[in-house]
Design a protein around this ligand. Structure first.
Ligand code: MG
Length: 334
């Protein structure tokens, strides 16, 4: 299927100028040729996400690792990494995964974790990429006031930038959508919308963001521009989750894969190909987990890889090579 992706990419995007995004400062980042300037504010329309020309659009990009102090992944929260991912991987979207309640996360060290998010967001704006501000939590409903304070600040700083997507709850555990997650989401969304009326907000779903069916059965209807999180890891999640997700789409909600991981330690992953075919057919955006060099199956780098970009193939794990192949050939509008 990758050959088909490449062929379609060249057929459709041969004339596009994604590589010609000029350098700019955040203060004057509005330019006519950046990727975000071309596509504008993202809008949920039915079960699709569309650009400013009302074209359904899907992105392929990279999620950073947990931002927590001394977990390792925080070393890659650098503007050089965002720029290299854009230039060398054709990444069109990145995700700052701000750890919340675990050791070294936001609740322990607000300034450092928030600054890491800002570094990635500012770099994405400068490079003309979309960026997800992710409240990377498994227990967000226990800290609703903290989430509200954080997202109010983010909305105040960045709500006027089309680049920004708010992800207000990474992966709820096995808890009630209607009784716990949805009320939490309504509280946080209300605070964001009082400041930023329009940027896309993505809401996590029960059971590690796999029960999109529960959100589809009781969606948020009192606010516009809301999508729902779907996560898959190909070692665990197969056709049954695609079937569930297809049914959620048919029931009218828009989905956003803010994380996916391959089987790991292998550049061949037929289940990843099946998932990418599904994302392609349904125009679903997806971000690969994760930009890190930790010795685990989902890291895109081998241990000790530079935190300043400039990586060659020898620096990438097999999972990293697979992710790069998918991301660099992804046809954004098709
Ligand atoms: Mg806005």
């Amino acid at each position: 299927m990758q050959k088909i992706y490449i062929l379609i990419y060249f057929l459709i995007c041969a004339g596009c100028n994604k590589k010609n995004i000029p350098e700019s400062n955040i203060s004057d980042q509005i330019n006519d040729s950046s990727f975000v300037s071309q596509n504008g504010l993202l809008q949920v329309m039915g079960n699709k996400i569309v650009n400013k020309k009302n074209e359904p659009i899907s992105f392929a990009g990279n999620s950073f690792f947990w931002s927590n102090d001394n977990w390792g992944g925080e070393r890659y929260y650098k503007p050089e990494v965002v720029k290299w991912l854009k230039d060398d991987w054709n990444t069109t979207i990145v995700r700052a995964a701000m750890g919340v309640e675990d050791e070294g996360g936001y609740l322990d060290n607000k300034i450092a974790n928030k600054n890491r998010v800002k570094i990635i967001v500012n770099a994405a704006i400068e490079q003309g990429l979309y960026v997800i501000i992710d409240w990377h939590s498994h227990h967000a409903e226990e800290h609703t006031d903290e989430a509200i304070t954080f997202f109010k600040e983010m909305a105040t700083l960045y709500g006027n930038f089309d680049n920004i997507i708010y992800e207000i709850y990474n992966e709820p555990l096995d808890i009630s959508w209607s009784e716990i997650i949805k009320p939490y989401a309504l509280n946080v969304i209300s605070a964001i919308r009082a400041i930023d009326p329009d940027n896309l907000i993505v809401v996590g779903t029960p059971e590690w963001s796999q029960r999109v069916d529960l959100a589809a059965a009781d969606p948020i209807t009192s606010y516009i521009n809301i999508a729902y999180t779907l996560h898959f890891y190909t070692v665990y999640h197969h056709q049954w989750l695609r079937d569930r997700s297809s049914e959620a789409l048919e029931n009218g909600i828009a989905l956003f894969v803010t994380e996916w991981g391959s089987i790991g330690y292998n550049v061949i992953d037929s289940e990843a190909d099946r998932w990418m075919n599904w994302c392609y057919a349904n125009k679903i955006s997806h971000l690969n987990w994760a930009v890190n060099d930790k010795e685990e199956e989902w890291s895109i780098f081998k241990p000790g890889t530079s935190t300043l970009g400039g990586w060659n193939d020898a620096d990438l794990t097999d999972a990293g090579k697979l992710a790069k192949r998918i991301i660099s050939t992804w046809p954004t509008t098709h």
